[in-house]
Design a protein around this ligand. Sequence first.
Ligand code: NAP
Length: 257
Amino acid sequence: MKGLFDLKGKVAIVTGGNGGIGLGIARGLASAGANLAIAARNEAKTAQAVKGLQEEFGVKAIGVKVDVKDEKQVKDMVKKVLDTFGRIDILFNNAGTNIRKLPQEYVVDEWEEVLNVNLRSAFLCSQAVYPAMKAAGGGKIINTGSMTSIFGAAKVMLYSTSKGGIVQMGRCLANAWAQDNIQVNAILPGFINTDLTRQGRKDIPELEERVNARTPAGRWGEPDDLAGTAVFLASKASDFVTGVALPVDGGFSIAML
Ligand SMILES: NC(=O)c1ccc[n+]([C@@H]2O[C@H](COP(=O)([O-])OP(=O)(O)OC[C@H]3O[C@@H](n4cnc5c(N)ncnc54)[C@H](OP(=O)(O)O)[C@@H]3O)[C@@H](O)[C@H]2O)c1
């Protein structure tokens, strides 16, 4: 029972970890002692996140510039993390994007963009870390789903398709890799206050209030609200938990109205 939630000495990759939910996740892991690779495209934003994590939590952290859609860049990211830390214990597939339109308005390039950033990336990253996790005797892969993994809406067809897919992909990986002691789970955030949803709130002025009214907790989430669940799913506390999709949503998904 000792050290159930302790991540000291563990190494985690968080894609999209330089802001928003990814940074909330990274802060949770760092607070439990994990060393971190923050993987995203914007190098200045990543450098700032890395500095903040090092200063606040005293952990080792590096930034890795990567476009998670790109197979070679993903392989290079994994190599860099292994060259730096010698191990990868935890992978958070969290990078994501959204394009809000009605289904009849989308063009194929938009399908490629949203599905590749949100779903193909998680396949590429999971496959790339698998050999190191297997060789080390186990690991944790956590995917970021969404309420749209469960619900549909008119203007989120591509996003919802990717977020439903990431949960199903995780269940398959969980089945395949349980024998390697690799647990694969998903976090389904409710409405969280980040750059992504700030844009959504500009597009839909009444969204702020509608979410407050629909959420039993009566508020939007903040990125740090994801930290505790991230630690649970990344630590040995969850060693017999695999293939689940865990809402972190203030009750949004269990409310009837
Ligand atoms: N906010 C919510 O309410 C909410 C709810 C449910 C699920 N989510 C999910 O949570 C995750 C994080 O979203 P967020 O709300 O925190 O939004 P965000 O602040 O916009 O963060 C998105 C992150 O993904 C990274 N990213 C985007 N495209 C990338 C690419 N091609 N390669 C590498 N990194 C990329 C971004 O970094 P760079 O731009 O530097 O690359 C950024 O760090 C997403 O998967 C999103 O779908 C969010």
